[in-house]
Write a protein that binds this ligand. Structure first.
Ligand code: NAI
Length: 391
């Protein structure tokens, strides 16, 4: 079977197994190239382990620290001529590389918000043993509450007033204004329920109750702050309200984990092209401009560079973990550098459809978008027939 990208809006409905595998290999090479991370995690549980920041965290834990990993993600295998989801191929490729390296690994595919998947994970952890690292890297559009059965849907809207700014259709290259209506209080509450800290806390409580957190265990969830131009819709919007809740949850978990000498942190990461971020209004334009500026300054990083730095220079650098005044770990430090942000702002004001190629790195954005689905990766042979048992 020859597999080609089929793009529909901010989704690609096909994924390339060989390309996805080559992308995972690239990440492994990056981490290995930096050498072992001494005194790092030994056993790690990663929720949202199949793509984006969760996959990169898993690669850093396994191939940097030498940890056994259990990954939980929402992915599907191929069926009736339809390719599997990219996260499914990436999880398979991760597993094959981990086996070769003699590292424990297991995947659980299902809804991490559910009691069933938590129970299945607990059973699997009895095989691996208590974890010293628990990464929570979930990005989901909806959540069924495991106790009440209520269904919550997250939205990406400003709070208080509508907001208008430029946006980029990254398929056509058209820059045009878009207005987002203000969220209702119910939409704010829903987004907090999906992307806030409630489920993270449920996981930590459950793991603690089952004695599956090792003494001194670390748990980390991921957050974002970003620039002025996305503030009304991101940090001051519905998703930002959820991130505030996540950050508050970290403080509560820190107290709960004191008993076992453990710690809970939020790490603020850089804006990058992932399946989650390509759906956020204004983000594709901001990221395209940010890429242009950071690449010109030699500061650009992808998920694996970010997570390698988080593990190597923050979590396991040997001393106390460095945090900001709000007790957050920052690996978005290069993104928020004043010279970077001043240049991004200048370009944001100037950018139009006509000058997009000069002001922004749309090609870089587009190529990263295709890479999410395993396309355009140098080591993959796209002309080769993919055997049925690899689709
Ligand atoms: P992503 O879309 O690449 O990954 C999401 C992961 O969650 C995947 O492994 C997916 O299978 C899993 N997932 C989704 N729903 C699930 C469910 N119901 N049950 C089990 N697994 C489920 O997203 P990305 O961007 O890596 O996001 C991860 C975290 O990083 C999020 O909290 C996000 O807000 C944060 N972050 C992302 C930034 C970005 O620019 N992409 C920047 C800073 C933070």
């Amino acid at each position: 079977m020859i597999i080609e990208p089929k793009i529909r809006g901010f989704l690609c409905t096909t994924a390339h197994p060989l390309g996805c595998a080559a992308g995972v290999e690239e990440q492994i090479r990056h981490v290995r190239g930096k050498g072992p991370i001494r005194s790092g995690a030994r056993k790690a549980l990663i929720i949202g382990s199949s793509t984006g920041y969760g996959l990169a965290s898993r690669v850093a834990a396994a191939f940097g620290c030498g940890a056994g990993t259990l990954g939980v993600a929402f992915e599907r295998p191929s069926e009736r001529g339809r390719t599997a989801s990219p996260g499914w191929y990436q999880s398979r490729a991760f597993g094959e590389a981990a086996t070769k390296a003699g590292l424990y690994h297991k995947n659980i595919f299902g809804d991490a918000f559910s009691e069933e998947v938590k129970t299945e994970t607990i059973q699997a952890l009895r095989e691996l043993g208590p974890v010293d690292l628990f990464i929570y890297s979930l990005a989901a559009p909806r959540r069924t509450h495991p106790v009440t059965g209520a269904v919550y849907r997250s939205t990406l809207k400003p709070i208080g007033a509508s907001y208008t700014n430029k946006t980029l259709d990254f398929n056509t290259g058209v820059v045009s204004p878009v207005t987002l209506d203000a969220a209702t209080p119910e939409e704010v509450e829903h987004t907090i329920r999906v992307m806030g800290g409630e489920d993270w806390e449920m996981w930590v409580d459950r793991l603690a109750r089952e004695n599956l957190l090792a003494s001194g265990a670390l748990t980390i969830a991921y957050s974002y702050i970003g620039p002025e131009v996305t503030r009304p819709v991101y940090r001051n919007g519905t998703i930002g309200a959820a991130k505030d809740h996540l950050e508050k949850t970290a403080r509560r978990l820190e107290e709960k984990l004191a008993k076992i000498g453990g710690h809970a942190f939020v790490s603020v990461n850089k804006a990058l092209v992932t399946q989650a971020s390509s759906a956020i209004p204004y983000m594709p334009l901001y990221i395209s401009i940010l890429y242009k500026v950071m690449k010109q300054k030699g500061l650009h990083e992808g998920c694996i560079e970010q997570m390698d730095r988080l593990f190597r220079d923050r979590l396991y650098a040997g001393g106390p973990i460095p945090v900001d005044a709000e007790r957050r770990i920052r690996v978005d430090d290069l993104e928020v550098r004043p010279d970077v942000q001043a240049e991004v702002q200048r370009r944001w004001e100037a950018v139009t459809t006509e000058n997009l190629a000069q002001q922004a790195d749309r090609a870089g954005y587009h190529s990263d978008f295709l890479r999410l689905f395993g396309f355009g990766i140098p080591d993959a042979d796209y002309a080769a027939d993919v055997p049925d048992d690899r689709v």
